[in-house]
Ligand binder design. Structure first.
Ligand code: SF4
Length: 341
């Protein structure tokens, strides 16, 4: 990366002409842009006869474990080089990463990203036998960067993962999917009105994409922030758990603790009791792998064999301590634990 924060607009993919307008086909908002117009996400714009993106850039460049995404059933303990391109298609009022994600949508958010050299990032990851994650902001908006990284990573073994809102069109997903090894998608509400209230976006495209990511062979885990007073009533918790179950009983579901942040400062933090109740509801619904990183102690973040209860993966906070699986199976009873190990 260079050292001067500056927006470098680069030619974008994912658009088509529609009469006098150019239609952005990256996310389901499908902005129809006149010359000079910027999309709802504020990081894509029309310049003459093409679209441009500002997301060949990152506000972070640091190392974590894959557990931090969180991805628990995917390469446990693996080092991960994390990038975050500015921008988001959602405008959640509790966003803990608003200083990156709400660039262009919130006047107080400044541009802090530096250009990304894809080849250099891949070389760094390869040297540490690591993977690359796009996280914190919305990686679907960095689709071109993701493809560039995947091109550089071809035949290197370096895998690319997203922590995403999953709000992408089917045709864009079809093009991006081969670049991705795993995704963790946020599911914040099942009810469309509630989802629109929180995020400003409909929920149907993301629900469809939960199935689509799996169908394309991308390892999927789901996260739900339990936001006090928004999705923490019993009916909402049951609906969320049933939605995850509809994707697959074996899909790992991460229940995230909410802390007051950004514009949602009035709500209380999620209590451990509420997280425990949500876990119990999820188990009653039939989900096999439900995780809470910290608030419920070590038991909340370890993996137990759903057949015999053996502790097959022991985790410290955001870190692997021990993986006892033998070729993906429980060493005590032989039950297969789904994942990419
Ligand atoms: S990615 Fe941005 S410009 Fe494209 S349709 Fe979505 S909001 Fe509009």
């Amino acid at each position: 990366m260079s050292s001067t924060p500056h927006i470098y607009w680069q030619p974008a993919q994912f658009w088509q002409a529609e009469g006098e307008r150019l239609l952005c086909t990256l996310c389901p908002f499908r902005c129809a842009l006149s010359d000079g117009q910027v999309g709802l996400c504020r990081v894509r714009r029309r310049q003459g006869d093409h679209l441009e993106t500002a997301t060949f850039a990152s506000s972070v460049h640091h190392w974590q474990t894959i557990e931090r995404k969180p991805l628990y059933h995917f390469r446990p303990g693996r080092h991960t080089l994390t990038l975050a391109a500015p921008g988001c298609t959602f405008r959640c009022d509790y966003c803990q990463n608003s200083r990156i994600s709400q660039y262009g949508r919130d006047d107080s958010v400044e541009w802090t990203a530096l250009p990304v050299d894809s080849a250099q990032v891949v070389a760094e990851a390869r040297a540490k036998d690591a993977m690359i994650a796009l996280s914190y902001s919305e990686p679907t908006l960095a689709a071109e960067l993701t493809l560039a990284l995947a091109y550089e990573a071809r035949e290197t073994g370096v895998e690319i993962v997203w922590k995403s809102n999953g709000f992408v069109t089917p045709e864009a997903l079809a093009l991006i999917a081969p670049a991705l090894a795993a995704v963790n998608i946020d599911l914040k509400a099942v009810d469309d009105d509630a989802h629109r209230r929180l995020t400003g976006a409909p929920v149907a495209p993301l629900l469809a994409n939960l199935h689509a990511f799996r169908a394309r062979g991308i390892w999927l885990e789901i996260s739900t922030p339990l936001i006090t007073g928004f999705n923490t009533d019993t009916a909402s918790l049951v609906a969320l758990a049933e939605q995850v179950y509809a994707i697959g009983a074996e899909v790992p579901w991460h229940l995230l603790r909410f802390h007051p942040d950004y514009h949602r400062l009035h709500a209380d933090p999620t209590t451990p009791e509420l997280l425990a109740r949500a876990v119990a509801i999820a188990k009653d619904v039939g989900l096999r792998y439900v995780y809470v990183e910290r608030a419920l102690g070590a038991r909340g973040r370890c993996t137990y064999c759903p057949q015999c209860g053996y502790e097959v993966i022991t985790r410290d906070i955001w870190a692997l301590r021990q993986n006892a699986l033998h070729d993906g199976a429980c060493p005590a009873c032989g039950e297969i634990v789904p994942g990419k190990w």
